[in-house]
Design a protein around this ligand. Structure first.
Ligand SMILES: NC(=O)c1ccc[n+]([C@@H]2O[C@H](COP(=O)([O-])OP(=O)(O)OC[C@H]3O[C@@H](n4cnc5c(N)ncnc54)[C@H](O)[C@@H]3O)[C@@H](O)[C@H]2O)c1
Length: 453
């Protein structure tokens, strides 16, 4: 049982941090300055918090120190503005951790090659924080993960420091809902879910996020908040799987899935549109559901919807290639082997440069394996970076896009519907266009060289 004196002492930690969070005097650490971390820095700086950004990637730190952004949605000018008067300090020096009042963890949570949670980045940052943890700090995990991570993995590592959760330091989970390329919603406009198993921790995490987002949704455990994030992404994953399956069925019936969805979405209740495509991409939707699959096994349970949707979504690049083969055969009596195909769009979705898990990579590899001469054009991806699982594609460069170059291909395959492409020009100058995103919808009635697939 605590003495009154100890309670006062702990109470003063909590009160002091709460006051400092509310009057923006607290220094916030963002651990991992990637697609999630850097926009989070912006949200914090725009609310006048002083931010220390920690990343193990020294190239990223150097870039930021030179006011160069490596993420399209954050400009160089913004970085420069954030850094004025040392209000944003990018660093790879762990000693800075001691200076942080709140520590927000945004490191990657990929899958291993056995499609199990790869927790090494979370463990590595947790160890670094442990070595520098001091009384009165708030630690919040923002990386997407399985229910139980914060309490079962993070808490024991941090408590190895000798400090006790909710007494000496505070611990919560708050998932990121960042949607790269979505101009309607940036970090500071999206409600944030916050969960913690202890009262003080929850109170402090809520106090922090209330300063930067319009609405904080409190749930009463970290595991619940972890489950919220997975539920959101599994919902998308399963519904995209459903619509992808419907596409393959309606294609055979000669029914245009896009027309179906446009009409169905006029129902004002009970229907939400999801769109088919050449497969699933990005660091989140294709990966996160399998975090639950792994955790469910601990309870002897199978995640059947996830497995099935994974199979359907995973087959889509093959379906696209099969449709291309059929059309080439039908129209030109030509097989794929030896033909010349241009992929439009390597990014996993429109108007961004991120190629992680992009189905275009798989489409590229499948075409290559069929001895197709394949090139790509993407105004956002001039060169394919090194990506685990696709290392042989690293360094491949986008072609120069022109009417003349389009004419040299047997087929053009639209995998990503970037807004800056002139789709009518593409239809006008291509022999065959396979459109997996309905990007040519405004012009396709006037052209008979386009196939929706
Ligand atoms: N990208 C998205 O759209 C998105 C949206 C919502 C949630 N998330 C989740 O957010 C988390 C981060 O994703 P991301 O897309 O920003 O990843 P990212 O790869 O773009 O960025 C992660 C950063 O963490 C750094 N890092 C790795 N290990 C580190 C360590 N030990 N210490 C400090 N920094 C380290 C990397 O160098 C990298 O800069 C993941 O859990 C992801 O699932 C991502």
């Amino acid at each position: 049982m605590s003495t009154g004196l100890l309670e006062d002492f702990q109470g003063s930690f909590v009160d002091e941090l709460e006051i400092n969070l509310k009057n923006k005097k607290a220094i916030i650490g963002v651990m991992g300055l990637g697609y999630v971390g850097l926009p989070l820095v912006r949200a914090l700086r725009n609310r006048n918090f002083k931010v220390i950004g920690f990343d193990t990637d020294t190239q990223k730190i150097k870039s930021l120190e030179e006011n160069r952004s490596y993420i399209k949605s954050v400009s160089n000018e913004e970085i420069k503005k954030f850094r004025q008067d040392d209000n944003f300090i990018p660093t790879h020096d762990v000693n800075y951790i001691k200076n942080m009042d709140a520590i927000l963890i945004c490191v990657p949570t990929p899958l291993t090659k056995y499609r199990e949670p790869d927790m090494r980045y979370v463990v590595a940052i947790a160890e670094r924080i442990r070595q520098n943890l001091r009384k009165g700090q708030l630690v919040v995990l923002e990386s997407t993960t399985y229910p139980g991570t914060t309490v079962e993995m993070l808490k024991p590592i941090l408590e190895k420091s000798g400090l006790v959760v909710d007494e000496d330091f505070f611990l919560a989970y708050s998932p990121e809902r960042e949607d790269p390329g979505n101009l309607l919603f940036e970090t500071a406009q999206i409600p944030k879910v916050v969960g913690a198993d202890h009262e003080n921790s929850r109170r402090l995490a809520v106090a922090l996020y209330e300063q930067i987002v319009p609405k904080v949704v409190e749930v009463n455990s970290a595991a619940t908040a972890e489950a919220v994030k997975l539920t959101e992404n599994i919902f998308r994953f399963v519904n995209i799987g459903l619509v992808n399956e419907l596409k393959t069925i309606f294609d055979k019936m000669n029914i245009n899935i896009w027309e179906v969805i446009e009409a169905a979405k006029t129902k004002p209740f009970g229907f939400m549109p999801f769109y088919p495509g050449p497969g699933l991409g990005g660091h989140c939707i294709p990966i996160d559901p399998f975090y639950l699959t792994w955790k469910a096994r601990e309870y002897g349970l199978a995640t059947q919807y996830i497995e099935l949707s994974g199979q359907i979504n995973g087959r889509m690049p093959h379906y696209v290639i099969e449709r291309l083969r059929e059309e080439m055969d039908l129209r030109f009596s030509k097989g794929l082997r030896g033909s010349k195909v241009l992929i439009l769009g390597m990014a996993y979705k429109k108007n961004i440069e991120d190629v992680r898990e992009s189905p275009s990579l798989v489409v590229y590899e499948l075409l290559k394996s069929k001895q197709v001469n394949v090139d790509f054009y993407d105004s956002h991806v001039s060169e394919i970076p090194e990506i685990p699982g696709h290392r042989e594609l690293s360094g491949l460069k986008s072609i120069h896009f022109s009417e003349e170059s389009l004419k040299t291909y047997d087929a053009v395959l639209i995998c990503t519907d970037h807004d800056d492409l002139d789709y009518e020009l593409i239809l006008k100058n291509s022999k065959l266009v396979l459109d997996t995103r309905n990007a040519t919808r405004d012009f396709s009635k006037d052209y008979d060289n386009v196939v929706k697939a």
